[in-house]
Design a protein around this ligand. Structure first.
Ligand SMILES: *Cc1c(COP(=O)(O)O)cnc(C)c1O
Length: 348
């Protein structure tokens, strides 16, 4: 049986990076955020292509993710780890030449007492109240930090997916109040903030979701295609049910295809009650009954032929469509995509 296959279009991915790089403007570096295994698409496949396209900085959440990126891209690029610096991460950071993003007063203090030759970044909290030094904490530690010449100073917007949200300007004011005139290299925006406008760009933008085809970058090219083999086809008579709890009952003689993926592969149950279709080339076929752990049942009565596989992600139905149907965001759909898929990279 053919495997359930997630195909990642690396040319679409690098086109998305180039488009976001153009929006970032000249003299602004456009970094790639590749935490959570490149948003589920696979660091080893994605990062070398991005590096060849011109990405020179990568951001990860955990130090072990950063190590995987180092293995993928070699010694040249800057690789940041948002998890900062601690006794647990110190060895990986020095050994693999990683840049810890220091985000708590404790991490800053620990770091400043360690090897003084290591580069580091500092995260400031300008209003999200998640990570980063608050204005008062930064004021206390500022002289010690500046004396060690941070490689990058960054903050993160809470509401950038809504360009009209008043918190954006408020956080921008706070970031400038904390950092203007200090001669720091600064980064403020992820995908959403980069789309708001140039005053949000500073020296480096950090682009995640926009690379992978998700909102808020509305013009992103779709990057992921997911092809699921058909395991069985059966005829169901009027009045018979399909799936758990018998939620779907045939109103006409029906042909039902059972395909080889389910909620354990990130195709969460909530999608089943929405508008999600399975696609035989250009023909949509509705999901019937509940999504199971490893299986989905699909009504192919009107298809007129027997498919060997169906697609749930393609050029027409994107990560965002699955997210909308399931009441979540593209980020969650992408990062939930399963470890059981065969990942194929197109445009290597
Ligand atoms: C995840 C993350 C990003 C990337 O955000 P996108 O919205 O995916 O572009 C940038 N900066 C920080 C601190 C993050 O946590």
């Amino acid at each position: 049986m053919p495997a359930t296959t997630l195909t990642i279009d690396l040319d679409a991915l690098t086109d998305n990076w180039r488009a976001m790089d153009a929006k970032s403007g000249t003299n602004v570096e456009t970094a790639a955020v590749v935490k959570a295994d490149a948003y589920g698409l696979g660091v080893a496949g994605v990062c070398p292509k991005l590096a060849r396209a011109g990405v020179t900085s990568f951001f990860t959440a955990l130090s072990q993710e950063a190590v995987a990126v180092r293995h993928a891209v070699g010694p040249a690029p800057d690789i940041y780890s948002f998890s900062g610096y601690s006794s647990e991460t110190a060895e990986a950071i020095t050994q693999h030449d990683l840049i810890p993003v220091l985000s708590t007063p404790e991490h800053v203090r620990d770091f400043l007492t360690a090897d003084p030759t290591l580069p580091f970044a500092v995260q400031l909290d300008t209003g999200m109240n998640r990570m980063g030094l608050e204005p008062a904490e930064f004021a206390t530690l500022k002289d010690a930090i500046l004396a060690r010449n941070p490689y990058l100073t960054l903050s993160h917007l809470a509401c950038a997916d809504d360009p009209n949200h008043p918190q954006n300007a408020k956080q921008l004011r706070c970031f400038k109040d904390m950092t203007d005139g200090l001669g720091l290299r600064r980064s403020f925006s992820a995908t959403g903030g980069t789309l708001i406008g140039p005053e949000y760009h500073f020296d480096l933008t950090r682009i995640g979701i926009g690379l992978y085809g998700g909102l808020p970058y509305t013009n992103a090219k779709p990057v992921a295609n997911l092809q699921i083999p058909v395991l069985q086809i059966r005829d169901v008579a009027v009045g018979e049910s399909v799936g758990y709890s018998a939620t779907w009952i045939a109103k006409r003689p029906s042909r039902i295809a059972t395909i080889a993926a389910g909620y354990a592969d990130g195709l969460i149950r909530a999608m089943g009650s929405g508008k999600v279709m399975l696609w035989a080339q250009n023909t949509p076929c509705p999901i019937v009954g509940r999504i199971s752990m490893d299986l989905i049942t699909v009504d192919i009565t009107d298809l007129g032929h027997t498919p060997t596989h169906l697609e749930i992600l393609n050029q027409t139905q994107t990560v965002e469509d699955l997210a909308t149907a399931a009441g979540t965001i593209g980020y969650e759909i992408l990062t939930s995509l399963g470890g059981r898929y065969k990942r194929v990279y197109k445009g290597n």
